[in-house]
Design a protein around this ligand. Structure first.
Ligand SMILES: [Zn+2]
Length: 423
């Protein structure tokens, strides 16, 4: 053994029981901040140079990091080796089921998307469909059983993350405590993680979306349902039981609309996708010129769907009544977000989901949202607050589910085990 590696081995041994976690810690720094030179890692972790060196050798031997080749680069810089294995992200939506094969940086390599009727199809049928998509993706990419490091699943309902089961999800009949993770784990022989779709999307934004580099931020999904994911100092905050961020049933002052949850005036029944659909139908029918939408009335006459998406189309076409409906929804959501901003003081709010819309419609929606937040929050809380739309679009759910797996499989402790197994 060379002297240098002997002293490095001593340094690793001197770190005692913490040494096994150290390799995971170094890997996390490379994953989060890489490509990095060894000296950067020393500076960022505060570990001894010899300790960093011995663990980098282990990570390299295990195939988890590799040099980043830059033309003319003098110092060797290391990054996560994206090809040592793959992960799969699954997005279970109300109308679509999507699965994507991703590399270790959560970059989508391949995806499959099929229609779904979540309210009618039970968990067994949906998971069989999902398993078929995963098997197909692996076959197409030539990913063998052992190369799949894990599967992440996002579902539109509350999830007990530790147990890997949905808990009384209102839009998923038959899924209450269904063993989603054990079922898929048995089938594919790899770890499986389940979380609600909004938490998963927040993770996707953190690692691959517009929230990269944001320390603490809020992700808000405004679709059929309304929910929020909280990232605090880079980590997802799930709360005591996993229910953190469930803002759809926050009560709005002055509203008496009945919600299926049993309360009145919940944000979701005032501003969610189903509420917009009901308001759109009313705007198509009414003879009150102040509320009537010519655009939606014309669609109804042509027997085209009059729903939340139609309101977006109408607003984009300049229909005043549709614009007003969207602005009302934006203001209602904004008034609840203002309370969260005062309480949590994030630096960024990322908005996703169907109602927030694409292009010009999305911008108008965001404008009404921003206005309500600024009007009702303290100046200090909004001083540097940025409100943006997701840039991941339809991939947000699958990318986030892949990040969910990577967070768990490549955590300090688990990387240590992985390195131990491979070297
Ligand atoms: Zn409610």
């Amino acid at each position: 053994m060379r002297d240098a590696s002997k002293s490095a081995a001593r340094a690793a041994a001197a770190a005692g029981s913490g040494a096994t976690a150290t390799v995971g810690r170094i890997f996390k720094v490379v994953r989060d901040r890489g490509p990095l030179a060894a000296s950067d890692i020393v500076r960022l972790t505060g570990l001894a140079k010899s300790t960093v060196s011995v663990h980098l050798d282990r990570l390299r031997a295990a195939g988890l990091v590799k040099p980043d080749v830059l033309p003319g680069g003098k110092r060797e810089r290391l990054k996560v080796a994206a090809n040592v294995g793959s992960v799969v992200g699954i997005d279970v939506g109300q109308t679509h089921l999507t699965a994507a094969l991703c590399d270790l940086e959560a970059v989508v390599l391949d995806r499959r998307r099929v229609p779904l009727a979540l309210r009618r199809q039970g968990p067994g049928e949906v998971l069989d469909k999902a398993a078929a998509l995963v098997a197909d993706l692996c076959r197409r990419a030539g990913v063998a059983r052992g190369q799949l490091l894990g599967i992440g699943v996002g579902v539109p309902g509350p999830v007990d993350f530790a147990r890997g089961v949905p808990v009384s999800p209102p839009v998923m009949p038959g899924w209450d405590r269904f063993p989603v993770t054990t079922r898929l784990a048995k089938r594919f022989g790899c770890p499986v993680f389940l979380d609600n779709d909004v938490n998963v999307m927040a993770l996707g934004e953190r690692d691959r979306g517009v929230a990269q580099g944001a320390d603490s931020f809020l992700f808000v999904k405004i679709g059929t349902g309304i929910g929020a994911g909280l990232v605090v100092h880079g980590e997802l905050y799930r709360g005591a039981k996993g229910a953190a961020g469930d803002i759809g049933h926050v009560g709005l002052d002055g509203s008496t609309a009945a919600c299926p949850c049993g309360n009145r005036g919940c944000l979701e029944v005032v501003a969610g996708g189903a509420a917009l659909e009901a308001q759109a139908r009313a705007a198509a029918r009414t003879r009150d010129p102040a509320r009537r939408s010519r655009y939606l009335a014309a669609r109804a006459a042509q027997r085209k769907p009059v729903d939340a998406a139609a309101v977006g189309l109408g607003a984009a076409a300049g229909d005043e009544a549709c614009v007003a409906l969207l602005m009302d929804s934006g203001r209602a959501v904004g008034s609840v977000l203002a309370k969260l901003v005062n309480f949590f003081n994030p630096s960024l709010i990322v908005v996703g989901g169907g109602v927030a819309g694409e292009g010009g419609v999305g911008e108008r929606y965001l404008a009404s949202l921003r206005e309500a937040i600024y009007r009702r929050s303290t100046p200090l809380a909004t001083a540097d607050l940025v409100v943006k739309r997701t840039a991941l679009g339809e991939d947000c759910g699958v990318v986030g589910a892949a990040v969910l797996v990577l967070d768990e499989v490549l955590s300090h402790q688990n990387v240590s085990k992985l390195v131990g197994r491979r070297t």
